[in-house]
Design a protein around this ligand. Structure first.
Ligand code: ARG
Length: 455
């Protein structure tokens, strides 16, 4: 492509470090879309003749067909996707192919292709997230009133409903989806026409190519257009936060599936066995969702590190933008798919979860609240009295709800029989009617809200 200036072919090591076709071949559809838009614009502006434009568009269609059939000859000697397509175009249509690159550089070409790819990836992730939210909503509806222990420090804290716990993730994944949508909105500007870095002396119409490629407008500065990859970083940040959420739910599934917890199980087709221990049923899918987070977060660090300190405008460093983004979105796609399947198939042991919900003195806060409400104790005093009651119950080997009234009265004289009504996990959950609380009515209200929001 630059034979005019050069008299020697690249050394093998030059080619080896430079070649990117193995990675950026994934941009073929975006590259063809960008070239078609550019070609139509060149013809509309009288920069190439109608006849040349038609020959180029026919050639691009032929390449499209070869790509779809799998017969396109990807060749390392042509370095990247852009030059592979151009070289093939030249073989197919001859001389007019050389006019396509008028008023364009690989710098704005790759910035455009990559934006289009990342935009689709963000849309796909947001779509998958909504699928996961729908799966969670269905399960939350089934278990809106089924009790489980709520934890802090992974110690029993207060009873919650399983539906409430699942709905916490619906909220998180909703924010994740909106982060992808925000990233998409910000990235949806057209770099094409920035050319190498300074813009073009040809009378190009960047608004036309923007409209054709579904961008909201052309980017406003040609240097910025070819040299930033913040759109990719932002999408990786969104992916990393989302992966963090997936990893937490995955971790909970792993913990809940231990025989010690025994809260949930997964069917055979979503678990694996052991080649030596016949009794095993392992939550490999959940573990791998947890582990994919490493790749995804690592990709954000990798690309941030590539970009920091690069002078404007393009440097070849930026060719290293694609592997981390492809790797992160491949991992995220798998993780979202696996998590959606696990959520849909989770088999909760509601009896066991109910029993655990009442253990560990989980209604101690309810006792303290009762002392405040009914006997007008200051909360700190009520906290102290309740702590003493827990200590006593522990010594007697009983739950708070089984502690004799006389015991309670010895700690606080005014306690009456009525206190026992608040000491069950059911009553504890039912009383938490504050907006966003775990009372089944509140959980159902939130489910209804999310159902109306999701497409
Ligand atoms: N393969 C290159 C990349 O992905 C395309 C841009 C090359 N531009 C250049 N001036 N060498 O970054």
């Amino acid at each position: 492509m630059w034979g005019g200036r050069f008299s020697a072919r690249p050394a093998d090591i030059m080619q080896a470090i430079n070649v990117s076709i193995g990675v950026d071949r994934r941009l073929w559809a975006q590259d063809l879309a960008g070239s078609r838009a550019h070609c139509r614009m060149l013809a509309a502006q009288g920069i190439v003749t109608q006849a040349d434009a038609e020959a180029i568009l026919a050639g691009l269609d032929a390449i499209d067909a070869e790509m779809r059939e799998g017969s396109f000859p990807f060749r390392e000697q042509f370095e990247d996707i852009h030059m592979n397509v151009e070289a093939r175009l030249s073989e197919l249509i001859g001389e007019p192919s050389g006019r396509l690159h008028t008023a364009r550089s690989r710098n704005d070409q790759v910035a455009t292709d990559f934006r289009l790819w990342v935009r689709d990836a963000c849309d796909a992730a947001a779509g998958q997230l909504q699928g996961l939210q729908r799966a969670l909503l269905a399960r939350a509806e089934q278990h809106a009133a089924d009790l489980m222990p709520g934890f802090t420090h992974l110690q029993p804290a207060q009873p919650v409903t399983f539906g409430h716990h699942l709905m916490a993730y619906v909220e998180m994944f909703g924010r994740d989806a909106s982060r992808f949508a925000d990233a998409r909105a910000r990235m949806n500007e057209n770099p094409l026409g920035a050319a190498a870095l300074a813009g073009s002396p040809f009378p190009i119409d960047r608004h036309m190519t923007a409209a054709e490629l579904g961008f909201d407008r052309p980017m406003g500065n040609s240097l910025d257009a070819v040299s930033d990859r913040d759109f990719a970083l932002e999408s990786l940040a969104a992916a990393s936060i989302c992966a963090g959420h997936l990893s937490r739910l995955a971790e909970e599934i792993v913990v809940w599936m231990t025989p010690q917890f025994g809260f949930v199980s997964l069917p055979d087709d979503l678990t694996t066995g052991s080649s030596i221990m016949p009794q095993k049923r392992n939550p490999d899918a959940a573990e791998l969702v947890r582990a994919k987070t490493g790749r995804i977060m690592g990709s954000l660090v990798a690309l941030s590190t590539v970009m920091k300190g690069l002078p404007l405008a393009y440097s070849k460093d930026m060719q290293e933008d694609k592997p981390p983004v492809f790797e992160a979105f491949d991992a995220l796609t798998l993780a979202l798919g696996a998590m959606t399947a696990m959520v849909a198939a989770l088999q909760p042991d509601t009896e066991r979860m109910r029993a655990a919900a009442g253990s560990g003195f989980s209604t101690a806060t309810d006792l303290a609240d009762w002392l405040v409400r009914e006997l007008n104790l200051p909360f700190r005093k009520a906290h102290h009295v309740t702590g003493a009651a827990v200590k006593r119950a522990e010594a007697l080997g009983v739950d708070l709800s089984q502690l004799p009234l006389a015991e309670l009265q010895s700690l606080e004289a005014g306690v009456t029989e009525a206190v026992y009504k608040v000491l069950t996990p059911e009553a504890s959950c039912a009383s938490r009617q504050s907006f966003g609380g775990t009372a089944p009515e509140q959980v159902r209200a939130r489910i209804a809200e999310w159902k109306s929001r999701l497409p």
